[in-house]
Design a protein around this ligand. Structure first.
Ligand SMILES: Nc1ncnc2c1ncn2[C@@H]1O[C@H](COP(=O)(O)OP(=O)(O)OP(=O)(O)O)[C@@H](O)[C@H]1O
Ligand SMILES: [Mg+2]
Length: 286
């Protein structure tokens, strides 16, 4: 009898747990929470609050508070060592903060998620060193990128569905490589390789794209195209760009955040931050 009661109690708890997980339990909070779905209804899609990251006592990130709005294109600038890449490491789960909170939408606690879970949840990151498959064509690279999405894998083993082909065509167009879709990735220019990598991220339908120094090593023409591409992606995605090239930043910037010694030094339009005496002193005046 006792055993039955215990079983019933467990089942009841599990039911409640299920309901809470699905956000249907009336006492689970004010908001309706759907697991895996980003809740950006309050505006921001990324919330970093009072984040600190120490390396052997040195604070690479120091009480950093920063919000990224849903669909915006944000530029992050700052001198070498300001903590820009470390900030991206925190968002993607590569580095755990010593203090502070990091949320994706209002409900997903990034500090409790693995790198894989964060990527699956919709935060894509472009690294400086491209990770394309050189002997595969541009098209195949995009196909492979789609395959890393576990939900798509089973159908991909058979043949691509019309929908999947359309998605690849759409991404090819977005990154401006439609005409090179059958070219092996090894034959692409440096700039084209970077765009392909952005395309590979897009195959996963990310809500947020983090790009660290996207135009390093690019020609002026490639930079202009990259600016168009990133501007085009904003709105559909939230795009966070870390970049040192000020001409490039000026060409895409709406809101610019200046990091210095692991904290926000200034934030505003390019003109505002450029004329900020604090910024001139530590960075732009160099
Ligand atoms: N794994 C690590 N171990 C120790 N120190 C680190 C580590 N990663 C970063 N740092 C230090 O933290 C500080 C911030 O580094 P970070 O790479 O975030 O700067 P950044 O703003 O991206 O600079 P850059 O513009 O040069 O790319 C630097 O002083 C760096 O040396
Ligand atoms: Mg960096």
């Amino acid at each position: 009898m006792k055993q039955m009661d215990r079983l019933r109690e467990t089942m009841r708890r599990d039911r409640v747990f299920d309901f809470v997980a699905q956000g249907r339990y009336p006492f689970s909070g004010r908001r309706s929470v759907t697991p895996g779905v980003v809740d950006a209804t309050h505006g921001p899609i990324l919330y970093l609050e009072n984040i600190t990251v120490s390396f052997d006592g040195f604070k690479a990130i120091n009480n950093l508070t920063l919000y990224i709005n849903d669909g915006e294109l944000r530029c992050i600038i700052g001198p070498n060592g300001a903590g820009k890449t470390t900030m991206m490491d925190v968002i993607t789960g590569k580095t755990r903060p010593d203090a502070g909170t990091a949320y994706f939408g209002q409900t997903m606690d990034l500090t409790q998620m693995t790198e894989y879970e964060i990527a699956q949840a919709g935060i894509g990151r472009k690294f400086q060193k491209p990770t394309v498959f050189p002997r595969h064509s541009v098209f195949e690279n995009l196909e492979l990128a789609m395959a890393t999405n576990k939900n798509v894998w089973p159908s991909l083993v058979a043949t691509l569905s019309g929908e999947q082909k359309d998605k690849i065509e759409e991404v090819l167009q977005t990154i401006g490589l439609s005409e090179h879709s059958h070219l092996p990735a090894a034959l692409l220019s440096h700039g084209q390789t970077q765009w392909l990598e952005i395309g590979m991220l897009l195959m996963q339908n990310p809500r947020v794209l983090l790009v660290d120094e996207p135009v390093a090593g690019m020609t002026h023409q490639e930079m202009d195209k990259t600016a168009e591409l990133l501007k085009n992606l904003a709105g559909k995605h939230s795009v966070v760009v870390v970049e040192h090239d000020m001409d490039f930043v000026r060409s895409i910037a709406r809101t610019v955040t200046v990091l210095h010694e692991g904290s926000v030094l200034a934030e505003g339009t390019m003109d505002e931050v450029q004329n900020d005496p604090k910024v001139i002193e530590v960075y732009l005046g160099e």
